[in-house]
Design a binder for this molecule. Sequence first.
Ligand code: IGP
Length: 269
Amino acid sequence: MSVTPRQTGTVLDEIIAGVLTDLRGRQELVEEAGLREAAELIDPPLDPQRALRADGLSVIAEVKRASPSKGHLAEIRDPSVLAGNYQAGGATAISVLTEARRFNGSLADLDAVRAGVGIPVLRKDFIVTEYQVLEARAHGADLVLLIVAALDDAELETLYRLIRRLGMTALVEVHNAEEARRAAHLGASVIGVNARNLKTLDVDTGIFAELLPQLPEQTVKIAESGILTLDDALAAHRAGADAILVGEALVRSGDPAAFIASIREATSS
Ligand SMILES: O=P(O)(O)OC[C@@H](O)[C@@H](O)c1c[nH]c2ccccc12
């Protein structure tokens, strides 16, 4: 599948240009056939949806060393230890940033987290090719992020179908009404509303409540980004989120398990 050429300009465009360059390097080392073989040998994907919908606010806890908006966040020498802490605190799933240039992540982080937890793992990256979806499966991901803003409808459909064909779940991420319409049209079963505009890095945590009415009732609804306190988490829960995706607040916390446990405790009946 050819990747739609992108004009340079937004932060998102620049990130994707770097992702494609790094991808070419990996493709020289590992052929697609090798990924398909590895994907056959690894444990089949876990289905996160029932747990994400369970009572109370679910937490998808993120392994995130850095970001374009904040720069360096945390060392995270051993992602499996951090992910194990997240799991101990009651996280429903772990999100692993694998983008190298701006988030200082890698597929090795995904391997480490996969080996360290028994709950679903999300490959958080700028997925624009089928090869990257195969990489996710071959490295044990159960969910793969698809950023609507980064894909045209044909790309979105092709990648969504491959994710489903491999038994994984797509977390389809939107940031505005048009993207929410596209995600609903796609038939996405899990939709994340990113409060952060990936083109400008502005954060507006009100966007989740604004877009919620546009998300199909049966969709798992996830509020992503900018959730720094228990109050922020409770606000997302009141707004109708089934789950929240939290990175910075957890990787900077002295006790991430306690933070996750406090969210679960405060929202479970
Ligand atoms: O660190 P925060 O503000 O808690 O945000 C976490 C997560 O939502 C964010 O890392 C994210 C959401 N969607 C993305 C897409 C690409 C990279 C990163 C992201």
